[in-house]
Write a protein that binds this ligand. Structure first.
Ligand code: ZN
Length: 206
């Protein structure tokens, strides 16, 4: 399970300062009274940003891992939230998604660049749509654009800020903003697979 690590670090600073060492989780989220063998359980490495680690804890009684994802990093997508925000804003300002994709990923063929870009735009739009649902007074009237959400909050970089604004709703908001588990067709939840490294939280510890 992913939980929020509230931190103002940028992705760069998070890696440079090895800020995962500052993260702490005093009690087991499942057993606040203790007695469940809750303990720190190392870190897992993210592919991106390179050098980033995410700290985790393990509850022996529930056989459950808890990882603390810092506000600067995207959930279930590689990289920092700021990088994803840059992609979405580039699309918002471009003539077309194809034009933006061509500019964003000159290193790959256009169809791949379009898929890469569309995946991020769709994920962010799903998250913003869900956010409007849980915080209607603040955001229901916001157009589905990062510019509009940034303006509403009076900030320049909006996605990491939304982690704080929507902190209590993160378990029900989709990635890359929130920590909701991906649903399979039929609504069944997918458990994270065992990954030595990657954007996904690692699977249950055996
Ligand atoms: Zn526990």
């Amino acid at each position: 399970m992913q939980l929020r690590f509230a931190t103002g670090h940028t992705g760069e600073d998070y890696v440079r300062l090895r800020a995962w060492r500052e993260a702490s989780l005093a009690r087991c989220p499942r057993h606040p009274n203790g007695g469940c063998g809750f303990a720190r359980h190392g870190t897992y490495r993210r592919k991106s940003p390179p050098g980033a680690h995410v700290p985790r804890w393990y509850c022996r009684k529930a056989h459950q891992t808890f990882s603390l994802l810092p506000d600067c990093l995207a959930a279930r997508l590689p990289g920092a939230l700021l990088e994803i925000e840059t992609v979405v804003r580039t699309v918002e300002q471009a003539q077309s998604l194809e034009a933006a994709a061509d500019r964003l990923r000159p290193d790959i063929e256009l169809p791949g660049a379009v898929r890469w870009t569309r995946r991020r735009v769709r994920a962010v739009h799903r998250a913003l749509t869900a956010l409007r649902g849980v915080l209607p007074e603040q955001f229901a009237s916001c157009p589905l654009k990062l510019d509009a959400f940034a303006e509403r909050l009076g900030v320049e970089v909006v996605l990491p800020e939304l982690r704080a604004v929507a902190a209590e709703f993160l378990p029900q908001l989709p990635a890359p903003l929130g920590f909701r588990a991906r649903a399979r067709r039929g609504g069944e939840r997918i458990l994270g697979r065992q990954h030595p490294m990657g954007p996904d939280p690692p699977g249950p510890v055996r």
